[in-house]
Design a protein around this ligand. Structure first.
Ligand code: FPP
Length: 254
């Protein structure tokens, strides 16, 4: 077959969002404390971030801690906080050197002050990096993010007398403002829910649910999710397969 007749290679996802589920079950199955499951979850996160660029991904959003996770026992909450401190402390330089921009989604209220300082520093230090965008949802809830954007628009109306509401403007008011649209949402551990993650942003995302527990995740599992994505036909409400619409640009959002 001549190259003119070859089908175009299926396009992979640019932006992959992951609900990293199953740390607790991974630990229970081994008879070890849940904290060890979360610790291994951080290792899986490192492996997955490392594998992403070679698989064509240039933006990844992970669900690190939800607004609902505060209801877990105190020691587990404290373990998760400790892991975020350690992750940023240990990995920030390596991420920065690799050209990764780090952004933390979610409310700062209620988050221990030292963690707020750590994540603010991570954002500042990596703000001009452009090779890869890593968004960590932390104290994040999709509904809370929508409410905060609505409030910001109301405030803008009051201060600037600007009363128009468009999808574009609203999208640019969310915490994910200048990120490309989410192409693929992955949830591990076999659960099939969105759990209040990226409710606006996943409007046209493909969903892939994998039976693997998060601490066992890495390059092969991500490659498998991406190959499932490539077999999907994305129509965005139309009748023909289409590529994702253009994302909101960084310049437009600033
Ligand atoms: C779900 O496992 C996972 C979480 C609640 C948080 C994910 C956190 C990490 C991977 C580590 C810290 C994160 C960062 C960003 C450094 P689960 O406890 O709900 O598992 P289960 O459903 O099997 O009980």
């Amino acid at each position: 077959m001549s190259s003119a007749q070859s089908p175009a290679p299926a396009k992979g996802p640019s932006h992959v969002a992951i609900i990293m589920d199953g740390n607790g079950r991974w630990a229970e199955r081994r008879g070890v404390p849940r904290s060890l499951g979360h610790r291994e979850g951080v290792q899986a996160l490192r492996r997955t971030i490392k594998a992403a660029p070679d698989l064509g991904v240039n933006c990844m959003t992970v669900f690190g801690f939800s607004t609902e996770n505060w209801s877990r026992p105190k020691d587990e909450v404290s373990d998760l906080m400790g892991l975020v401190r350690a992750f940023v402390g240990t990995d920030l330089k390596r991420l920065d050197d690799a050209g990764v921009r780090v952004r933390i989604l979610g409310r700062r209220t209620g988050v221990p002050r030292d963690i707020v300082e750590i994540i603010d520093r991570a954002e500042r230090q990596t703000a001009s990096n452009t090779k890869f965008l890593l968004q960590v949802a932390f104290n994040y809830g999709g509904r809370a993010d929508l409410v905060d954007a609505a409030q910001a628009m109301v405030d803008r109306a009051a201060s600037e007398g600007r009363f128009d509401v468009t999808e574009e403007l609203f999208g640019r008011t969310l915490s994910t403002a200048d990120a490309p649209p989410v192409d693929l949402i992955i949830r591990t551990s076999g659960e099939q829910r969105l759990s209040n993650f990226l409710l606006w942003e996943c409007a046209y995302a493909e969903l892939v649910f994998q039976d693997i527990l998060w601490p066992d995740y890495g390059q092969d599992a991500l490659a498998d999710a991406i190959s499932q994505f490539k077999r999907r036909e994305r129509r965005f409400g139309g009748r023909e397969a289409q590529d994702a619409p253009a994302s909101v640009s960084v310049e437009a959002a600033s």
